[in-house]
Ligand binder design. Sequence first.
Ligand SMILES: Cc1ncc(COP(=O)(O)O)c(C=O)c1O
Length: 459
Amino acid sequence: MRSGKSKATSFKSEGDLNLSKRRTAWRKSLSAETAAWLDQDEKYFLHQALSTPCLNVLQGCRGTDFQDLQSREFLDFHGNNVHQVGFGNPHVIQAIIGQLEEISFCTRRYTNIPAIKLARKLCELAPGNLKKVLFAPGGTNAIGMALKLARAATGRFKTISMGDSFHGASLDAISVGGEASFRSGIGPLLPGCEHVPPPGAAHCPWSCGGVCNLKCADYIEHVLEKEGDVAAVIAETVRCAPFIPPLNYWKKIRAACDRYGTLLILDEIPTCLGRTGKMFACEHYDVVPDMLVIGKGLGGGIMPLAALIAREDLNVMADKALGHYTHGKNPVAAAAALATIECIEKQSLLKNAIALGDYALKKLQAMMSRHELIGDVRGIGLLMGLELVKDRRTMERAADEAEKVMYEALSRGLDFKLTMGNIITLTPPLTITQREMKRALDILDVCLIEVERRSRRRQ
Ligand SMILES: Cc1ncc(COP(=O)(O)O)c(C=O)c1O
């Protein structure tokens, strides 16, 4: 048996930690009944980084909130990015129930009307000539299909992807992904997966000084030229931390891909369907990838569903298997997705994402002027982040303080995720009201005050 170096410290860069002392202390604050269920969870599930022991046991979710076994309500500003239309959306639930009564599964080699309607709708919504769709039961599977299609279409196998990126947990996805907790100690990964620094002015290896000078995009072009036979560049259009590349970043990479015969695969699994204020994040950049991969909220936060949307002329695998997932054309998942898109359109949720994103960003910027701990505030639509730092000049990560803020927030009824240890990542549903947003940001403010006050006392 290997010792398994899954110690908290080695993954400090990737999220709030499951093995930290504060997770243990938080657990002790929960009721006896909750603790007993958490013990059962630990007993029966395989343990893994960032997860076990779990934070809590949930018994309900509705709209922006979830509820724990102690009947406490939490505003969920994480939601794994599945809750664009809110948890338990009644329109999506009705569509699922209706579909269950019609046709609940579609045997492979057959098709069904909801799946066809969804494929057609996605082709109508997607930009440019993205006109061919294939569904998969999860984002990781859809990424796998995109990687295979890139190989088949180009006759090449190399990829360029980003350090710190995440594209899923399977062996092919972790080969292009850049997170140590998924990649390390697991043996040989796919060959030909080149990694480059991701865009992110705050920690730029070319020291761009906080304003991206596109050296990171130039470097991708350099690698494309030197390698000469790269099948695909695969990346998240905007990274969920968030890191939002400047407007001409993707145009530059698109042009470089075209010059070297490389396909551009954009992973919008967590950001599709309105999170950034547009249906797809690439629309902000006026760039059309060769393949767009979407998922998470596509199934309305209820059904597992993802999709690969590809350029029409990439329909080149008719004699080979590309996906063939058992639930590839699941009619119930398709009905949930159609209802989800209908909600986004009918309830003008893109507008709400922009309006409340702007409102929140202003409040977060005002918070930054009051809290030294905040080194940067970033946001696009309802994808927002606060980077906590020990020193604004060096941008040294304040991971310990971020973890304290997270548990303070949990104790006051606000859930969010930490990314890279020190980035408070805020992704509420697109259905959120201004009142809920204000409440969440007020909680965050109080938590920052509390953590700063305690650290001043210790000095
Ligand atoms: C950017 C990105 N790509 C891919 C995935 C994998 O999706 P799934 O968990 O549905 O397989 C995720 C999941 O978090 C993601 O955030």
